[in-house]
Design a protein around this ligand. Structure first.
Ligand code: TMP
Length: 204
């Protein structure tokens, strides 16, 4: 029997988290270990509608509206996620740390209000473990160039992404929760090995 943990995958654009969450999900599937995988913003049906609105290239919401939209997307997801809490492994492609890193550290939104609404939505739900992906400027740009289409949040300047990445690292340092930092500039093969080793320890 595996432990029914909640694992978040966090990091800036081009840091490889989505690639690795898919790899982990396939690995669990092969082992016939029950799990769900969800992205944020998006994931559930209503949340995907909100995702389209936030990330549309033509949208130009202010930072507070963005915060409320990301939290609205979470509000729609959390109901769904909670059904599986402690029943299945839950893999999250971004969660609360992204809101703190992008909206607070990146855009300067007030942290108290962000945490208040976020905690109100989450109640006693918590993430057990986080893989935090870091990437350098050169590799991030290279990976973004390979994308077929870029959304509104793929187009900020380097300074912004640096602030966000440093924000993620600050959160990881402050929190008591367990983090594993993955250096996405290293080889995929090596990182896959590190992640699966860690995963097996977490779910044992
Ligand atoms: P994705 O490219 O990983 O799918 O994420 C979409 C964008 O949404 C990404 O640039 C990060 C951003 N985001 C926030 O700014 N705040 C949040 O709370 C979340 C979940 C994502």
């Amino acid at each position: 029997m595996s432990k029914k943990v909640v694992i978040a995958f966090e990091g800036i654009e081009g840091s490889g988290k989505t690639f690795h969450i898919n790899y982990v999900s396939n690995y669990l599937e092969k082992k016939k270990i029950d799990h769900i995988k969800l992205r944020e913003p998006g994931g559930s049906k209503n949340s995907e509608k909100i995702r389209k609105l936030i990330l549309n290239k033509k949208s130009n919401f202010n930072k507070n509206t963005d915060l409320l939209l990301y939290l609205s997307s979470r509000s729609e997801n959390i109901e769904y996620i909670k059904k599986f809490y402690k029943k299945k492994i839950i893999l999250l492609d971004r969660f609360t740390d992204s809101t703190i890193a992008y909206q607070h550290y990146g855009m300067g939104v007030n942290l108290t209000i962000l945490k208040k609404i976020n905690n109100y939505l989450l109640k006693n739900f918590k993430v057990d473990f986080t893989f935090l992906y870091i990437v350098n400027k050169k590799n991030m740009k290279k990976r973004l160039q390979q994308r077929k289409s870029l959304n509104r949040y793929d187009k900020f300047n380097d300074k912004f992404y640096k602030k966000v990445q440093n924000g993620f690292l600050k959160i990881a340092k402050e929190k008591k929760r367990v983090y594993q930092i993955i250096d996405s500039n290293l080889s995929i093969k090596l990182n896959k090995k590190i992640i699966i080793n860690k995963l097996n320890k977490i779910i044992k």
